[in-house]
Design a binder for this molecule. Structure first.
Ligand code: NAP
Length: 336
């Protein structure tokens, strides 16, 4: 009895190796078994423009090893000509007998499932919800034409990100800050605000950075501007709504420039506005074991007074990890 879930989980792990390098493409991994049920190849989509996972895996094995075999892939193989020829055709040519898929492609023009069935290949699905979760950013990009937005916040046990003067160095440990530097690579863009640039003068090393600075008040010699490609969102290039930069139209603009995912590192004002406008998909919250005990300090999420708990924004926790003395909690916004 072949353990389909085990091999699909292997595909997920392979797919994740492409994180940060494949956008605007999805994360895809592939495992190939021969007719005896032994693994003969593995592959993944490593970089935009390079081979898809199925091609990567199939190009590493001889025809004899794939005939009658099973191919696992977390996303329905492509059936149309894009940057590379259709993977579905290659799978058929290589004599694969069964294809196990995580999720169907959300582009209705992709239909390799029918193609496989016509070619006499058995098709099964497994771990669909997990496969969709893995490619949640891709699904949002395709369906909403917006980047996937993750807010990072480093706070105390009482939810504060800086003291009233703006000092925030350092709330969390060196281990947590190293983790943040590593996480940045998984995103197409780092976003921050004029206030944070002025208060912290961070460098936030990354290939593409967006600074929200409506009135161009930040110093052009600030460290953030010394490296990477910079996009300053100001009243010169961004729609204004209620006296502030319109965050939704900025996100649409960034998406049109090829930005599919954004890691936001800011204080409570911008983070609160993103949450209020329903534009934050996830929060990565690093909590340090400290209590600031100061009502005048800056909170993780600022906003207007609400009258009822039922008006809270709801999230699901999907990961909790201790990092040095701190805790990292990853939350995903509930959509209903
Ligand atoms: N612990 C942490 O994780 C962490 C991370 C970063 C920063 N910080 C700290 O946070 C403090 C800054 O927090 P903050 O709350 O003052 O500022 P913030 O949230 O970083 O940024 C607020 C600024 O964002 C801009 N913005 C653009 N569009 C907006 C919109 N629609 N709604 C709201 N803001 C919009 C505005 O600047 P413009 O008008 O110029 O566009 C606004 O003043 C600093 O002391 C910093 O040290 C802590």
């Amino acid at each position: 009895m072949i353990d389909d879930e085990k091999y699909m989980r292997m595909c997920f792990a392979l797919a994740k190796q492409g994180l940060g390098n494949v956008s605007p493409n999805p994360l895809v991994g592939c495992v190939v078994l021969d007719k005896e049920g032994d693994i003969v190849s593995k592959g993944y989509h490593s970089k935009y423009g390079e081979n898809h996972a199925e091609r990567d895996a199939l190009m590493r094995v001889k025809y004899d090893d794939t005939v009658g075999g099973t191919l696992y892939v977390n996303l329905e193989p492509c059936s149309h000509y894009g940057k590379t020829p259709p993977c579905a055709d290659l799978i058929i040519e290589r004599g694969i007998a069964r294809v196990v898929i995580g999720m169907r492609d959300i582009n209705p023009l992709v239909d390799s499932v029918s193609k496989f069935k016509e070619a006499g290949i058995k098709v099964d699905f497994v771990l669909e919800e997990e496969a969709k979760f893995l490619n949640r950013a891709f699904i949002k990009n395709m369906t909403q034409k917006l980047p996937y937005v993750v807010i990072k916040t480093a706070c105390t046990m009482d939810g504060k990100v800086a003291v009233n003067s703006g000092d925030s160095k350092w709330i969390t440990s060196p281990e947590s800050r190293a983790e943040v530097r590593r996480m940045r690579n998984e995103f197409d863009c780092i976003m921050t605000s004029s206030n944070t640039v002025i208060a912290d003068n961070p460098s936030m090393k990354h290939r593409f950075k967006c600074v929200l600075d409506k009135d161009l008040k930040t110093d052009k010699d600030a460290q953030i501007y010394q490296q990477g490609k910079i996009y300053i969102a100001s009243k010169e290039n961004t729609t204004i709504k209620d006296g502030q930069l319109d965050l939704k139209s900025l996100l649409l603009d960034l998406y049109s420039k090829g930005i599919c995912s954004i890691f936001v590192e800011c204080g409570g004002t911008l983070a609160g506005a993103l949450v209020r406008d329903g534009l934050a998909d996830e929060v990565y919250q690093f909590i340090a074991p400290k209590i600031m005990n100061d009502n005048s300090a800056i909170s993780c999420f600022n906003g207007d007074k609400i009258g009822r708990i039922s008006l809270c924004r709801n999230f699901d926790i999907y990961k909790v990890k201790q990092i040095g003395p701190d805790v990292l909690i990853k939350y995903k916004r509930k959509t209903n």
